[in-house]
Design a protein around this ligand. Sequence first.
Ligand code: CTP
Ligand code: MG
Length: 235
Amino acid sequence: VRTAAVIPAAGRGVRLGPGAPKALRALNGTPMLIHAVRALAASRAVSLVVVVAPPDGAAEVKSLLDAHSLPERTDFLVVPGGESRQESVRLGLGALPPGYDIVLVHDAARPLVPVETVDAVIEAVRDGAPAVVPALPLADTVKEVEPARVPGEPEPVLATPERARLRAVQTPQGFDRATLLRAHETVTDNVTDDASMVEQLGERVVVVPGHEEAFKVTRPLDLVLAEAVLARRRL
Ligand code: CTP
Ligand code: MG
């Protein structure tokens, strides 16, 4: 069974602050996107990587892929992305040639995911799960609130879900291709991950252990952590 990875990299990175689109920012001298592509292509099971570039940045992403060393056994495609993550993933799926029965969706903003996590997700899909997400237990207690209408106002707490039953989900999320395509054709609500669309179809979604280094680079402090992790790996 052949496996393809779709990497949404079309976001601007508003929470990271002003600058280039987030996926094109450098971590220890190499664009975040290149780290993410290498992390997925490091899996011997992944034979195609589809990068979803910023809408006006497909040519730039193509030349970045050409300029960096990547495994020879992997094919690469670049397509322009859309307004939302969901739309970007849909555009990436639209570029998938036939013959890939397992599809991973991986945020460019998680450049340091270890190959062991990628392989564990693929393995669980191969074992028959239509949708697989890597996830970790939470360190913080989480509260559901009534969001303030004015930012900074105190927010009433509505509930405290039992922390031990919660998981913070990461990527790559892995899918049976037909299930993921059906989810993207059917679900139109705004969602923040692909697995939740499969949940809405009523299909089974399972969690496998994630990894601390698969954290998402979202805010400026995350850049400090990512570069420290790379330095520790001597990359
Ligand atoms: N993404 C995308 N297309 C969009 C929005 C997001 O491909 N229109 C991608 C991002 O490039 C990122 C992943 O989805 O790899 C996760 O999104 P997030 O971390 O929220 O990145 P941004 O949307 O770029 O950041 P922000 O929300 O702070 O603007
Ligand atoms: Mg975003």
